[in-house]
Design a protein around this ligand. Structure first.
Ligand SMILES: Cc1cc2nc3c(=O)[nH]c(=O)nc-3n(C[C@H](O)[C@H](O)[C@H](O)COP(=O)(O)OP(=O)(O)OC[C@H]3O[C@@H](n4cnc5c(N)ncnc54)[C@H](O)[C@@H]3O)c2cc1C
Length: 395
């Protein structure tokens, strides 16, 4: 047990809340959480999907709760535009089982935040600038701690201290995203509620599913992946609004490459509810040193085609909790944690790159696909079988 350890967590998003909970449950003497944002994190983001089996493991580990509102999905239908198709949804290329639950990011975060007991000190509006290793521990902007968990996302200051030189690599394409009230979806009855739509086109695809809202209804959530127009310059400060050239590119792809039902679905998104994220990925060479551990996107970012970034973050916290409980010192715990989680992170990053190639950079001739071609394509793309996240094996 690490009962004498004063532990700090940097970041209070999905990974940070889960890591704070893990450290508190493992018996740390004190847990302090630094969060750069001073606002309400719950207002962030759109939807995410969690594989049903991964959900069950995380519920058993005490990080997720059956009372959280979700939409159950049963199948993933692959659609492609085909002028000869009688359906406004286009031609169906294939249907695969898809046992996922979908969540609103905000309710997932609120659930985690609500589980963290009052004994954990949260400091919103506190951006950590310097992580300095000393002979006795770690100083965060001069304040001493025994050990630090970096849950500070893909531009982590903790990772810079633990693994200098690890820089996220730009994938070459963006995720355009949107979400809006289900009541505003045109011709909603045409698209089954438990269907996850993969609408594919030359050079990208869009994933669409319903997520719960906070009022017992649902929202339509979509993420479209394709390259930005030539010459587009990524904003250096991480701004996520759609510039004119990105809005035009989205409109062009929607109009020319999507079947009418899905084009109308995206066009129905209010302008304020559209945003974009450039996609990066990387693997840190290690998940921990003696005094520093990395969780969630701070440790590895796999492209979202893996459908498992939040799952990976929560699994990291679960593994961290088990390691902290079993060890006498943070160094011992962090070594066990690193050995358990580094290989999973690498697997997910590799899978994200393979799926990115198959679904964006090097898309096949979708329109030419016939019986069995899609299943063969997917078997090649997800060769590791890690889509939706790796099983969380007990330590
Ligand atoms: C398009 C897209 C779709 C996705 N879909 C899915 C999905 O379907 N299923 C799924 O499981 N995952 C999905 N993910 C991934 C998932 O959203 C993330 O992997 C997950 O939320 C883990 O985030 P995190 O908490 O590690 O990092 P973040 O959410 O980035 O949080 C980092 C936190 O640290 C804070 N911070 C940063 N620097 C400092 C500092 N110096 N001092 C103090 N605080 C700091 C930030 O303010 C922030 O709150 C998707 C991701 C994308 C981009």
């Amino acid at each position: 047990m690490i009962t004498a350890t004063r532990l700090a967590v940097i970041g209070s998003s999905i990974a940070g809340c889960a890591a704070a909970l893990a450290a508190q449950r493992a018996g740390a003497a004190s847990v302090t959480v630094f969060e750069r944002s001073g606002g309400r994190l719950a207002a962030r983001g759109a939807g995410l999907a969690v594989h049903g089996e991964r959900y069950a493991e995380l519920e058993a580990a005490g990080f997720l709760d059956a009372r959280m509102p979700y939409v159950p999905l049963a199948r993933r239908t692959w659609y492609v535009k085909d002028a000869a198709a009688p359906s406004p949804l286009g031609r169906t290329l294939g249907v695969m089982p898809f046992g996922f639950r979908t969540y609103g990011w905000g309710s997932l975060w609120r659930e985690l935040r609500g589980r963290v007991p009052g004994s954990v000190e949260f400091r919103p509006g506190s951006a950590v600038k310097e992580v300095r290793l000393t002979s006795r521990g770690v100083e965060l902007d001069g304040e001493p701690f025994d050990a630090v968990v970096g849950a500070d996302g893909h531009r982590s200051v903790v990772r810079t201290a633990a693994c200098p030189g690890t820089v996220p690599a730009y994938s070459g394409y963006l995720a355009w995203r949107g979400a809006y009230a289900g009541a505003d979806l045109p011709d909603a009855h045409l698209w089954p509620a438990d269907d996850c739509a993969y609408v594919v086109f030359d050079g990208g695809h869009v994933v669409i599913y319903r997520i719960p809202d906070d009022c017992g209804g649902h929202r339509v959530n979509w993420v479209l992946y394709t390259a930005p127009p030539a010459g587009h310059v990524l904003p250096p400060d991480g701004r996520r609004m759609l510039t004119d050239d990105l809005a035009e590119r989205l409109a062009e792809v929607t109009r020319k490459q999507l079947p009418p039902f899905f084009a109308a679905l995206i066009e129905a998104t209010p302008a304020d509810d559209r945003f974009m994220q450039p996609l990066y990925d990387f693997t840190a060479p290690r998940y921990a040193t003696d005094r520093l551990a990395l969780v969630g996107d701070a440790a590895t970012v796999a492209r979202p085609h893996t459908g498992a970034g939040a799952v990976k973050a929560l699994q990291d916290a679960t593994a961290l909790q088990e390691a902290l409980r079993a060890a006498a010192t943070p160094a011992e715990a962090f070594a066990a944690y690193d050995a358990r989680r580094s290989p999973v992170g690498r697997t997910m990053v590799d899978l994200g790159r393979t799926l990115g190639k198959a679904l964006v950079h090097g898309t096949p001739d979708w329109a030419g696909m016939r019986d069995g071609d899609l299943e063969a394509f997917w078997r090649r793309a997800d060769g590791s079988g890690a889509f939706g996240g790796r099983e969380l094996k007990r330590a």
